[in-house]
Design a protein around this ligand. Structure first.
Ligand SMILES: Cc1cc2nc3c(=O)[nH]c(=O)nc-3n(C[C@H](O)[C@H](O)[C@H](O)COP(=O)(O)OP(=O)(O)OC[C@H]3O[C@@H](n4cnc5c(N)ncnc54)[C@H](O)[C@@H]3O)c2cc1C
Length: 348
């Protein structure tokens, strides 16, 4: 039995944790947020939930399919989302065409996307899943030089050392691995890990969530267009969807609007109020809805999407006992994260 630390409780980290637990290892997962799921996040508001990260997932890989079919309780948790969608074909949002029917089902978890990873993290006890705990550095354990010591910082600023790990998995976006390694023992940076990580490119995404409680009136199904989602080449917006069209989401009309990578990069440091106003304008151009939303929330994803993947499912240095997993190794989707986490755990 090995003592293994996993940094990050997104899909990749939890897929690895489950596999290693099953193999009989001692596992501790460190997660800087107060909940699991990472970029499969769901924001809860008084007016209903928003999936402000991953919108839906597909199931192409047989290993992902097997997990969905075999982990008890998963089938009840996920639902296909049959959505009427359009494609926006111009930069101003005025040319739309009906999207072709999807070639494969689009699944969502209920009551929000985060529910899937939350469910799959259940085998971990509170001692094995340390939420609100950011790993700030990896150091050699002073007591046993072949082991790792993780330095962490809690949300309240409490600093702690966690020693005695035989192996460490970093299940976090590539730029965050690089940042962590810069603050860690120099032998990690010398190991060749850093060069590999520099090949990967990830881009940001500004995401706006809006709710129209005034649309919930007798006789008024919803505001605006008949369609519920759009892939878009609008100069600001890459995607938007009506949250309330997803299964088990509540009736208040809510939309999630995701800016494209180029616009998000160019406006990364803009004031939130300015970003909100710009995305609302784009939303009106695309949907014809000019009503003032009753609620707006904004989220900036620094490393939302893989632009250039590494091209191998994981990195593993057996001598150092150090590995990485996450979607960015092979793609930009939920199941890439799952396959990466699983594949790494199976070679350890
Ligand atoms: C806006 C957006 C839209 C998307 N749309 C889709 C979609 O429609 N379909 C689809 O399949 N995929 C989509 N994706 C991608 C999908 O969300 C990801 O592929 C997947 O969730 C990545 O999982 P992961 O475990 O690799 O990484 P993450 O989910 O990023 O997990 C990493 C975790 O590590 C934690 N962490 C980071 N640093 C530290 C540290 N130092 N210490 C402790 N914890 C740390 C983070 O808080 C996070 O929880 C979208 C993503 C975004 C952002």
């Amino acid at each position: 039995m090995k003592n293994i630390a996993i940094i990050g409780a997104g899909m990749a980290g939890i897929a690895a944790a489950r596999t290693l637990l099953k193999a009989g290892h001692k596992v501790t997962v460190f997660e800087k947020s107060l909940s699991t799921s990472g970029r499969m996040a769901t924001r809860s508001t008084l007016l209903g939930n928003f999936d402000h990260g991953a919108q839906y997932f597909t199931v192409r890989d047989f290993r992902f399919e097997l997990a969905i079919q075999s982990v008890p309780g998963t089938q009840e948790l996920i639902k296909p989302w049959s959505v009427t969608s359009v494609r926006v074909l111009d930069a101003h949002g005025s040319v739309l065409e009906a999207a072709r029917p999807p070639k494969e089902p689009h699944f969502v978890a209920k009551p929000g996307m985060s529910a899937l990873v939350e469910h799959w993290s259940k085998p971990l006890s509170a001692k094995q899943l340390l939420l609100g705990t950011q790993v700030t550095s990896l150091q050699i354990d002073p007591k046993v030089k072949t082991r790792w010591l993780l330095k962490t910082s809690s949300r309240s600023g409490k600093l702690q050392d966690h020693a005695g790990f035989d192996q460490v998995i970093m299940a976090i976006p590539a730029p965050q691995v690089l940042e962590l390694l810069k603050h860690s023992n120099p032998k990690v940076l010398e190991s060749g890990f850093a060069q590999e990580l520099q090949k990967v490119e990830m881009g940001p995404c500004w995401t706006l969530m809006i709710a129209f409680p005034q649309a919930s009136q007798p006789g008024l199904a919803h505001l605006g267009p008949q369609w519920n989602a759009a892939k878009s080449t609008h100069h600001r917006i890459a995607w938007l969807s009506r949250e309330s069209s997803k299964p088990a989401r509540g009736r208040i009309e809510r939309w999630t609007i995701q800016a494209n990578t180029k616009w998000s990069s160019e406006h990364l440091s803009d004031e939130p109020a300015r970003v909100t106003a710009k995305l609302l304008k784009g939303f009106s151009e695309l949907t014809g809805i000019y009503a003032e939303p009753g609620r707006t929330e904004l989220h900036r994803w620094m490393y939302a999407q893989t632009l250039k993947p590494l091209g191998k499912p994981y990195l593993w240095d057996a001598q150092l006992g150090l590995g990485t997993c996450g979607d960015w190794h092979i793609g930009h989707r939920v199941e890439d994260a799952f396959v990466s986490g699983l594949s790494l755990a199976l070679v350890m």
